[in-house]
Ligand binder design. Sequence first.
Ligand SMILES: NC(=O)c1ccc[n+]([C@@H]2O[C@H](COP(=O)([O-])OP(=O)(O)OC[C@H]3O[C@@H](n4cnc5c(N)ncnc54)[C@H](O)[C@@H]3O)[C@@H](O)[C@H]2O)c1
Length: 353
Amino acid sequence: MQDIRVKVDSGSYLITQNLNDLKSFAKQKSKVLLICDSNTKQHALTIQNDLNCESLLEVLSPGEDTKSFTSIVYLLEKYSSQLNRASGVVLVGGGMIGDLGALFSSLLFRGIDFYMVPTTLLSMVDSSIGGKTAVNLKTGKNLAGVFSSPKGVFINFNFLKTLPWIELLSGYGELIKSALIDSEAFYQKALNLDLKGYFESKEVSDEFSTLVYKAMLLKKNVVQEDPFEKGLRKVLNLGHTMSHAIESYYKYKIPHGVCVFYGLFLEGALGKHLGYVDSNYPLEVLDKFRQLGLDEFDGKWRDLESWLKVDKKNFDATIQFAFLKKPGVLYDLQKISTSVQLEKVFEKEEIFS
Ligand SMILES: NC(=O)c1ccc[n+]([C@@H]2O[C@H](COP(=O)([O-])OP(=O)(O)OC[C@H]3O[C@@H](n4cnc5c(N)ncnc54)[C@H](O)[C@@H]3O)[C@@H](O)[C@H]2O)c1
């Protein structure tokens, strides 16, 4: 995989498989704090060993409940006396550790440098790129955060070997999203990826790593053009309006990307019904979702309405969706997202079955 250079206001950083980039980051720091969760601790220990510098290790509980202000306050109070402005933070984990740890790093002493080591497929293709940090509130997911970029992102595909099947599927949901946004060709390749084969063999094929690379590149290109989500970046919310409602409904017990996977179908089906989507991709995505043995939404559609209302993208009684006419082609090139009256979303529930 070639290095990807991401330009940000303060300069640029690399997404790389070369450990030396992370090593030189650590070398410049007086002390390094590695943050991980108990499932990624083994990978954090590997990194800590490789870095061979003065370091501390913080192991948090896995899961969305940890992505909270309670954890931020805990980390700030604990490390404000053990670190200083010349220290660095290395975040070894999935999107939860990435979002939380990046927000913590951005707040401590008004911001200290941090470096990301994504350990889930989802965090490789999506959450480690783009500078969004966040914690969840009681009123909804990711409702508080700032934009803040890392000093680098280190990719090690070996870390994916310990990832449970459901988490691999979660990353696959975001991979399909990126592919749909990019082009028909990328979408077809992503849809036909032999994910089970990878899971059984643990061998990252060239085909698999190329798809991951393409997804990273897409995300980089989009966020570089629109870092603060004023326009184009909204396209990355494809499938996410519905997925956030489903995720909240199930109290975050279903992995984010699995909800996105299903959200791609739901929003596609809605878009097709409203005449915005002119492609069979929604049904193809649903077929794939079923083939992989995933469970569909089993609640009442109307129960999702209250969650759609608190989505931070929405205003008044309209809901914002990024619709694709077909893979690689946006429905609304100007505004990117399209407003739909809340009452219209579940008006014809049969379109989702
Ligand atoms: N910042 C962004 O732009 C952005 C984008 C998309 C998603 N997100 C956020 O990312 C989070 C989801 O990310 P995620 O799916 O990586 O979740 P996660 O970090 O919660 O990881 C999922 C599970 O896998 C475990 N895990 C992680 N790496 C592992 C490994 N290598 N081996 C074994 N187990 C491992 C974790 O402990 C956890 O139990 C959500 O909070 C979501 O809101 C942020």
